[in-house]
Design a protein around this ligand. Structure first.
Ligand code: MN
Length: 129
């Protein structure tokens, strides 16, 4: 099973925490600090899932999500938007841009890995309404 996660995050402490939690759970993490690096890596790294910060320098996460969805190889790869925005409209914007779901910052170390795992291919069946 592919356990490689593409983490698109410009903030060093968020990146450190997410990487620590994912690697501890047996995932491999590849990191992109901005949208253009994310698009380049997404096309070559074969990620099983993408964690996408919405507040990024340059292209914002919505634009990155739309561009990722335009890559034929990534059509079925889950994208989880991660943002500190708490407004309900941002969830809608993330979903409209092609993200599968939405996770709020700050990252909760108790639930983060479970949330990510829930959206990996092959585990969707466990999702409850
Ligand atoms: Mn950010």
């Amino acid at each position: 099973m592919n356990r490689k996660i593409l983490l698109v995050e410009d903030n060093e402490s968020n990146r450190y925490l997410a990487t620590f939690l994912l690697e501890r759970a047996g995932f491999t993490v590849v990191h992109a600090p901005d949208g253009s690096a994310a698009l380049a890596l997404a096309a070559t790294a074969d990620p099983a899932l993408i964690l996408l910060d919405i507040q990024l320098p340059g292209m914002d996460g919505y634009a990155v999500a739309r561009a990722l969805r335009d890559l034929p190889a990534l059509g079925a790869v889950p994208i989880i938007a991660v943002t500190s925005y708490a407004m309900t409209g941002d969830r809608e914007k993330a979903l409209e841009a092609g993200c599968n779901t939405y996770l709020e910052k700050p990252i909760n170390p108790e639930t983060f890995v479970a949330e990510v795992t829930r959206h990996l291919p092959g585990t969707e069946a466990k999702e409850t309404p």
